[in-house]
Each structure stands twice: as C-alpha cells, then as structure tokens.
Design a protein. Structure first.
Length: 198
C-alpha cells in the first residue's frame, strides 16, 4: 500500500513509519519542515500541493494536530484558533482535499484523543478540536464515495511522551503496541466512521 503519514516526525508518526516500512508498504513521510514531502496542514494550498506531489495513494494517516496548550485565562479568540486551524481544519482539509486523490477502497485515519470526553486543565482547545474531528469522521463516513473509509484513533497520553504525564494525573498511558493495533484496525480492517480507542 502507498501510505502517507502526516506528522511523521512526531513520536507517533516515527513509530508508525518504522513499523509499516518493515512490511514493504510505500511510506511517504509528510511534515512541516522535513520528510519526503513538506506540508503545513493549516494551509489548504500546502495540503493540495502535497497531494499533487504524492499523486494517488491508498491510505493517509494523520498524527498531526497543533493546538493551544495553556491556562484557561490565556484562552482568547486568537489562541483558540490555533487548534481550530490546526487539529480541526487541518485534519478536515486532509480529507476534503485528499478525497480527490485517494484510490477506491482507500482509508483516512485521523487523530483525536481521550480529552474529547475526559478533559484536563490546560487542554480546552484540544478537547474542542477533538470533538469536532470526531463528529466530522462520523459524518464523512456516510458520504465518502468509492468505498473510501475514515476513522479516528483516540488515545490517552502515550507511554513514549512522558513529558505530558503530569498533565494527565491518574491516567494509564496508552502503550505503543496498543497504539499500533488501533491504527492497524483503521488501516487494514473494514471499519468506518469509528472512534478507535486503544
């Protein structure tokens, strides 16, 4: 399969790239400033240019989604838009634009998180963006054509990102193996419109 991984330089992206490359898939690493192709997901023009460069593909996995992390008192219209333009519209545009380049029976896998239903301090922006993306996944699944599937993977804090543990008191971290299986279910299974929780 020809698989585009958006956010391939991040913790999840690097992990998935290393796993899938061992299975002889053609992996295209997409990042803002490095990788096989550059993309800024806050820019629809940049997303379109990425697809023009990659051409037709079988699957897209997004592990990217910038949001504002910080105190409630620092939330403003401007700071809140970082998650709206990044994690929300960035991922939505990957699908809206990517649907014209994906092959029949392909799949989109987006990233959300447990913050959707279990908010933590400093993450109101991420919680809102996650909820919007999950609603989009459910709606898109009944309208995408050519048997194209779409799902979201929704982990809690992941074990390889201990710098975030203090923000998630009492949460059992998602292991990298659990994360792998969740993405495999979306990539290679038959499900669509699902929020897959590792």
């Amino acid at each position: 399969m020809k698989i585009i991984i958006v956010g391939a330089s991040g913790t999840m992206g690097q992990f998935l790239t290393s796993i899938l490359q061992k299975e002889n898939h053609e992996i295209i690493r997409a990042n803002r400033s490095s990788g096989d192709v550059k993309v800024d997901i806050t820019s629809p023009a940049s997303i379109k240019n990425m697809f023009l460069e990659t051409g037709a593909f079988d699957a897209l996995v997004s592990t990217a989604g910038p949001t504002f992390v910080g105190s409630w008192k620092n939330l403003t219209d401007q700071t809140f838009r970082s998650g709206i333009e990044g994690k929300m519209m960035g991922q939505i545009n990957l699908v809206l634009i990517g649907q014209h380049y994906i092959r029949p029976k392909g799949s989109f896998t987006l990233i959300t998180g447990a913050l959707t239903h279990e908010p933590q301090r400093n993450f109101a922006n991420a919680s809102a963006a996650n909820g919007a993306v999950e609603g989009f996944v459910r709606a898109a699944s009944i309208e995408l054509e050519n048997s194209v599937r779409i799902n979201a993977v929704s982990p809690t804090v992941i074990e390889d990102s201990p710098q975030y543990f203090p923000y998630f008191p009492g949460e059992t971290p998602t292991t990298m193996k659990q994360l792998e299986y969740a993405f495999r279910k979306s990539l290679f299974g038959a499900v669509t419109g699902q929020i897959i929780k590792p």
